[in-house]
Design a binder for this molecule. Structure first.
Ligand code: KG4
Ligand code: ZN
Length: 337
């Protein structure tokens, strides 16, 4: 299909989003209804609350994206939705909506992997995906991926417990700071001393590309009774440095081992200025370039899902209307190692 016009719906976690995009990167409209404020009261995302909110907002985000794009539903060539990984009851809402449109209008449906959305977001708008190493650092995932080209990925490593963003969120909760924790910790860390508290760099020297962040969170918990409000900035700065240190070390090692000259960073933690500064510096000293996803595409959105769908639709792919949701990461996205 040449230059397909895609409508994509994203409901994998706590953002209800829809986007209209013309291949490869003409984003004609996007509406994101964030539920962050609803979940803030609980200090994290509550699946049942998320799915109810997706149901309440899916129609208005689709209508809003179409209106911005100035197109009607029957002008859309392909309907896409995130079908995993994510919260099962949340994924069902977006995927049922997109399948319903495809069925009613007799148009193709494309099931998109949320991780592929993040992974390719640094390349948003390009018709070709260059060989590179992808670092996906979001609230739900921490992955290093060797990217040969569009649709050709090899998983190098992932977190064995908490994701990097999840660690930021949990530490912020421990410190009574609110949700989502990443931006709050980053702001607090700006006035802190990075070296006063030495936090563990779990698995930094494990020789592979796996991660572990839950021990770091436990160290913060043990330190808490011995500290006061006045130590908060130093705690945040020390914690952030430990996360960044491991991410930078492993991402650069991965690029060297895979002989890639480019690291592509995506996901909410990719917004972190300390990560950007240290990764850019460490990679460039090895002759490796770093490309970050555009800020607006770091946290969950439907534009990145529409982009993946457009690349695949242009290659003639389509999914079965019977394609089920898949809540956990699985391995279908990746070639066998
Ligand atoms: O990509 P995203 O929407 O998550 C998932 O798809 O799972 O990103 C949200 C995550 C949250 O954990 C949030 O705390 C983190 O990204 N985050 C940050 C920053 N901004 C958002 N972490 C560190 N520093 C930031 N500036
Ligand atoms: Zn995400």
């Amino acid at each position: 299909m040449s230059d397909p016009l895609v409508l994509a719906i994203e409901t994998s976690c706590d953002e209800t989003a829809a986007a209209v995009l013309r291949f490869p990167g003409d984003l004609r409209g996007q509406v994101i209804a964030s539920q962050a404020a609803v979940h803030a009261a609980y200090g994290g995302v509550v699946p049942e609350v998320a799915s109810r909110n997706h149901l309440a907002h899916v129609r208005e985000v689709v209508e809003g994206a179409l209106k911005q794009a100035g197109v009607s539903l029957d002008e859309i060539d392909v309907f896409a939705a995130t079908t995993g990984p994510g919260l099962a009851s949340a994924l069902l809402v977006g995927s049922a909506a997109a399948k319903g449109f495809a069925l009613a209008l007799d148009k193709p449906f494309l099931a998109v992997n949320h991780i592929e959305g993040h992974l390719l977001s640094p390349f948003f708008g390009r018709a070709e995906i260059p060989p590179s190493v992808g670092l996906v650092v979001s609230g739900g995932h921490t992955l290093l991926v060797d990217i040969e080209g569009a649709g050709n990925y090899r998983l190098l490593g992932r977190t064995l417990d908490d994701a990097a963003g999840e660690a930021f969120d949990k530490v912020a909760k421990l410190l009574g700071m609110g949700y989502p924790g990443g931006p709050l910790i980053e702001a607090e860390a700006a006035s802190g001393n990075r070296t006063r508290f030495e936090f563990p760099r779990s698995m930094k020297c494990s020789g592979d590309f796996q991660f572990s962040f839950s021990g770091l969170k436990t160290s913060v918990r043990y330190l808490l009774p011995k500290t006061s409000e006045a130590d908060r900035a130093d705690l945040c700065a020390g914690f952030q440095e430990a996360v960044v240190d491991v991410l930078v070390h492993k991402a650069v090692q991965a690029a060297k081992e895979c002989r890639r000259k480019l690291i592509a960073v995506s996901g909410g933690v990719g917004l972190n200025a300390r990560l950007r500064e240290r990764l850019t510096h460490a990679a460039e000293s090895q002759g490796i370039a770093v490309l970050f996803a555009p800020n607006a595409l770091c946290t969950d959105n439907a534009a990145m899902i529409a982009y993946v769908a457009a690349l695949r639709a242009a290659r003639g792919e389509r999914s079965s209307l019977e394609a089920d949701i898949f809540p956990s990461l699985g391995t279908s996205l990746f070639a066998a190692a």
